[in-house]
Design a protein around this ligand. Sequence first.
Ligand SMILES: [Fe+2]
Ligand SMILES: [Fe+2]
Length: 274
Amino acid sequence: MIKITTLVENTATKAKFKAEHGLSMLIEKDGEFILWDTGQTDAIIHNSKLLNIDLSKIKIVALSHGHYDHVGGLKYLLEHTKPTVYAHPDIFRKRYSKLSDDGNLRYIGIEDREFFEKKGASFVLDEKPVEIFDGIFTSGFEDMHTDFEEVDKNFVYEKDGGYVKDYVEDDMSLVIDLKDGLFVLFGCAHRGIINIIDNVEKQFNKKVVGFLGGTHLGPAGRLQREKTIKELKKRDYIKIMGPSHCTGMLMTATLYCEFKDKIIFNNVGTVTTL
Ligand SMILES: [Fe+2]
Ligand SMILES: [Fe+2]
């Protein structure tokens, strides 16, 4: 049995938990604890205590991409454990979001590699899929091929003394290889969930039977939202959908209207067993 506990998310199942714009999920398999993302602040520490999770047991961490709301909790986690941390080599880009057309930028990246290494993290950076535990893989680089999914127009990163468009090439997902298919955890899915689903199905030669995590459909345009729903309907073999985080309440409600019992409302404290 595989148990997935959501430690950080934008909303919570009980008032005692901290909710924030961020994501973190803990996978338990064969007595091993694997952490997917860390949320934005020390909410991960607060919520784990309430859920009776011993953070010192987490020796494997995988990061979806280098945005503050997924990696911000890592420095707090490193006070409790010194794990191996898997990510894409481009995760440390100095990245920003344009606040408006006047060019004001907001920093949305993370600290340097050395900052985390001094605190005890050991990084394994790879753009190809890596098996981080028995049957659990990073997706590796996700190529973009649909004509309706796009990366947020406001993202840029520092390059050669200037700013260039950030296509979030470091965006990865986590793939759990089950007997009857693949179960996928998204981070923010900046490169599009249909792109990601197609990629992992090709890479692992199996169908995706379920997913949990950020879909980025909340900030996406109407066309992307509509076409994504259409494409999900074509993939009837997907039995569990847990849209979270950057999906937003409105889009989660829309997905519920379309997919009914397939939808899991995935918030802090939600436990999903596979
Ligand atoms: Fe995010
Ligand atoms: Fe993000």
